[in-house]
Design a protein around this ligand. Structure first.
Ligand SMILES: Nc1ncnc2c1ncn2[C@@H]1O[C@H](COP(=O)(O)OP(=O)(O)OP(=O)(O)O)[C@@H](O)[C@H]1O
Ligand SMILES: [Mg+2]
Length: 289
């Protein structure tokens, strides 16, 4: 049975690389032959612009607010193997409109549940806040990836974010785990960057074996180096692989996608193992096929 990995790219801090990572991770994963849906949950509407798409007749706002609107109506094809659900500026108003709905935490999940089997990956680009839109992303996801910068107090920011996530997911989505952090705009030669990597590594190691959403979290490899091509590509409506496929930014995101997909292969082989054990111990269902 295929499992769709639904991954939210989350950090309440602005400008850390969430959208850049969503776009280019999606592009690299799609290039490897997987079906990907990307969802823009940020009223800034940057994700569509990165793909060269600035508006759609039906946005994620309509999807969340109108019961009858479906993903089939909202999605556009952005690239081979990549579908996109765009945002719109009005989405900022959705926070208050959603607040009056009884199922306000699960609206996105319910819509995605209907179509998720069509995709190998669904990547959700979150706004830099922890309001109802982000809670919808967390409720719909099975994984989080946290793009961040190796700044002063980075560890404090991440541990505070994780604690907030723990409070938010309690009762909403107990299956959610933090897969990793991605260091964006990384300048590995600086002492600060080295210190942040050491601090984060120690923090994650100290969480192993504990019953925490981040107990298996790692610093995903490689860090994404600061590369001006990554900042230029969106103004042409292009992914880094469209714009400059040989540059350092493209190389880093291609390798990052490999790291993310390897975790997938690991998960898939576990699923296959479980399935074959079930089949062996259940000759009736085997015969019935
Ligand atoms: N590795 C990089 N090298 C150089 N510039 C980068 C890199 N990653 C991101 N940027 C630039 O940094 C800025 C912030 O990146 P991005 O928009 O991806 O962050 P964000 O977390 O999605 O921001 P927001 O919280 O506002 O949604 C953008 O101008 C982007 O082009
Ligand atoms: Mg963004």
């Amino acid at each position: 049975m295929k499992t769709t990995r639904i991954i939210s790219l989350l950090n309440q801090k602005g400008g850390v690389g969430k959208t850049t990572t969503t776009v280019n991770l999606a592009a690299a994963i799609a290039h490897a032959g997987h079906r990907v849906l990307v969802v823009d949950l940020d009223p800034q509407t940057h994700l569509g612009l990165h793909f060269g798409i600035d508006e759609a007749a039906v946005s994620v706002y309509d999807l969340l607010i109108e019961d009858e609107t479906t993903v089939e109506q909202a999605r556009l094809n952005a690239r081979p193997n990549i579908d996109l659900i765009t945002s719109e500026v009005d989405l900022a108003a959705a926070e208050s409109e959603l607040a009056s709905k009884t199922n306000r935490h699960d609206l996105l999940k319910q819509k995605l549940d209907a179509i998720k089997s069509e995709y190998d990956y669904i990547l959700i680009d979150c706004p830099p806040s922890l309001g109802l839109l982000t809670i919808n992303a967390l409720a719909a996801s099975n994984e989080l990836i946290v793009p961040m910068q190796a700044h002063f107090l980075a560890l404090q920011g991440v541990s505070r974010l994780f604690e907030t996530v723990r409070l938010l997911v309690d009762g909403i989505n107990p299956n959610l785990s933090v897969s990793g952090v991605v260091l964006c705009m990384f300048e590995g030669q600086t002492n600060l960057a080295k210190e942040v990597v050491t601090d984060l590594t120690e923090f994650f190691e100290s969480s192993r074996g504990l019953s925490l959403p981040w107990s298996n979290c790692t610093i995903l490899d490689p860090p994404i180096r600061r590369n001006v091509k990554l900042a230029e590509a969106p103004s042409f409506g292009q992914t880094i692989f469209d714009y400059e496929p040989e540059c350092a930014g493209a190389q880093d995101y291609a390798k990052l996608a490999q790291s993310v997909m390897e975790a997938h292969q690991h998960q898939t082989s576990q699923v296959i193992e479980v399935k074959s054990t079930e089949e062996l111990s259940d000759p009736i269902s085997h015969d019935a096929q």
